[in-house]
Ligand binder design. Structure first.
Ligand code: AVI
Length: 322
């Protein structure tokens, strides 16, 4: 890959990230940019694929774990803060069970996607109009900043669902979990969804569904660059490629050009040349063992209280306490 010309205009965060990612000798794009309007639709389709076991596994855990969570909260009034709420459907399983058990709590979902949050607001308003509800639009830490530090007078139960933590390297994940801890007080709880190490064939199938939803989701990033930054990627000349390393637990997605490509991105005033089969790395989906999760709790300043798992042992929502 080679770049030519320089850019002097002020770039959007997306443009800046694309410029720095594609300028590296091993080019990369950050998976956080997958989620434009089209990307959100494609991700919903992935979550409905039979091969993508993560969503059902976590829903099963949420359906079966309300009483264990309430046991740890010990009757306190609490704020349930959700990082990356999406459509909130899994969390509604918990809310339903918490309310049936007489728990006293407010629900405060955080998400970048304003449309998803207003859908959640509407559903919660219809199903449980008396439930204290506050949707906060923004990235996790902006939103947590707005909520302020935990006073300790009202417990916090922070949900970090969906194996979103897996989209960061283990080092970055530890730093994020440490940072979340800064918003919590002793006794507060964090429930994080981790996808577990398992049969590599099961993992590879989840990120390589035969219907092609995952390929379309990843390739949408090239379309997004074309749409928003005036790029001329030819997505038909790129292939989605998934790998899984059972030793490290890293599932990685790449986009590979099937022949040499010259791509001009107008907003960056740059032309990038990709050799045939020169990979752009686009996503990590890190898998963990229970021991690694416990080590991460330790390294980020929590006590690991328990692992809540689905019956197949594919996924763990691990409960940590400050
Ligand atoms: C959002 N995140 C946890 C998903 C995952 O499993 O890494 C994103 C995804 N990428 C491809 N399929 C799903």
């Amino acid at each position: 890959m080679t770049g030519s010309a320089t850019t002097s205009t002020t770039l959007s965060p997306f443009a800046r990230d694309v410029l720095s990612g594609l300028s590296q000798s091993n080019p990369q794009l950050n998976s956080k940019w997958f989620y434009d309007e089209r990307g959100n639709v494609l991700f919903q389709q992935i979550m409905q694929c039979p091969e993508y076991y993560l969503t059902d596994a976590e829903a099963e855990i949420y359906r079966n774990s309300a009483s264990e969570l309430l046991e740890e909260i010990q009757g306190a009034t609490f704020d349930m803060i959700e990082l990356g709420a999406g459509d909130g459907s899994k969390t509604q399983l918990l809310i339903e069970r918490f309310l049936a058990a007489g728990a006293r709590f407010a629900y405060r979902p955080i998400d970048l996607n304003a449309a998803a949050l207003s859908e959640v607001r509407e559903i919660i308003g219809l199903r449980w109009p008396a439930l204290e509800f506050q949707a906060i639009q923004g990235d996790y830490f902006e939103a947590l900043d707005r909520l302020g530090r935990s006073s300790g007078s009202r417990r916090r139960l922070v949900l970090f669902p969906g194996a979103n933590i897996g989209n960061f390297s283990p080092g970055e994940a530890t730093a994020i979990l440490q940072r979340i801890r800064g918003f919590l007080a002793p006794g507060d709880l964090l429930l994080t969804g981790f996808d577990l190490k398992k049969d590599p064939a099961v993992i590879l199938a989840a990120y390589n569904d035969p219907a092609g939803h995952t390929a379309a989701f990843n390739l949408n990033l090239l379309h997004r660059i074309n749409r928003e930054l005036g790029g001329n990627f030819q997505p038909d000349n790129w292939r989605h490629w998934e790998t899984y390393d059972p030793a490290s637990g890293a599932a990685r997605s790449y986009l590979l050009p099937t022949k040499k490509q010259e791509v001009t991105i107008t907003a960056l005033e740059q032309t990038f040349t990709f050799r045939a089969w020169q990979a752009i790395s686009v996503e990590i989906s890190q898998k963990y063992s229970l021991r690694e999760i416990e080590g991460m709790a330790d390294a980020s300043g929590y006590e690991c209280v328990r692992h809540l798992q689905d019956r197949r042992g594919y996924f763990s929502d691990s409960l940590w306490r400050v």
